[in-house]
Design a protein around this ligand. Structure first.
Ligand code: DC
Length: 223
């Protein structure tokens, strides 16, 4: 399946990252987590005191960010402490900066370049919010993962070891969902040709098997 591009989109807690990683591993593909680029822009902006409403300055910050299989890079250096990118503050700021068209325009090219690079020899599994709709509209396979909000909040709490803060996580997630799906530029929504999988009552293996099956069908059809 050389060169095959698989787009996996969906909201926080839908299982995107785990599914994308497992599918990439199984197929021997590269895995690109595009959210890391938005998070790196947010981290830089917070560190450098850039106003999160200042599109032009945010665009400048975004130009210092790139992406590869290992994660996000700032000024060409990998952000090794990935926990820094996952704090509640950075998560909230990432959602805010991702609504800025200036940021999206810069990161669009960053993501396409990373996908081109990653898929030249092997295929790539690219996960995000608008991969199938905007970043890689020609991806051969597009998956949209959904799950009930309560289940997504529970997964995120478990993932981050913050079970005691479930209420706060649920509230922050609701806010982020609204922001991500109501923004004007590239809102979170399935591509018309995406296969939507509801993961509420499916375990990771079930979702991964289904995606692998779809990839196999594509290959058999000679894509
Ligand atoms: O997938 P994630 O939670 O790490 O993404 C962080 C933020 O970045 C999220 O609020 C939405 C935004 N994002 C986006 O707008 N487009 C993408 N392709 C990936 C992430």
């Amino acid at each position: 399946m050389e060169g095959l591009l698989i787009a996996i989109d969906g909201p926080a807690g839908s299982g995107k990252s785990s599914v994308a990683r497992a599918v990439a591993d199984k197929l021997g593909f590269a895995n690109l987590n595009t959210g890391a680029a938005y998070r790196a822009v947010a981290l830089l902006a917070l560190r450098e005191g850039v106003d999160l409403d200042d599109g032009a300055s945010l665009a400048e910050v975004s130009r210092r960010v790139s992406l590869d299989e290992r994660g996000a890079l700032v000024d060409g250096v990998l952000v090794r402490e990935s926990a820094l990118l996952r704090t509640p503050e950075v998560s909230a700021a990432a959602s805010t900066v991702s609504a800025r068209p200036e940021v999206r325009a810069v990161l669009l090219e960053v993501q396409r370049e990373a996908a081109r690079e990653a898929s030249t020899q092997r295929g790539a599994v690219v996960e995000g919010r608008d991969i199938g709709t905007v970043v890689l509209p020609d991806a051969e396979l597009k998956i949209f993962l959904s799950a009930a909000p309560e289940e997504r909040a529970r997964r995120r709490a478990h993932q981050t070891g913050r079970e005691a803060e479930l209420d706060r996580i649920r509230e922050a997630m609701r806010k982020r969902d609204r922001q991500d799906s109501e923004r004007e530029t590239s809102p979170l929504k399935p591509a018309p040709d995406a296969v939507t999988l509801d993961t509420t009552s499916l375990d990771l293996d079930g979702v991964v098997s289904r995606v692998l099956e779809l990839a196999r069908e594509l290959r058999e059809k000679g894509a």
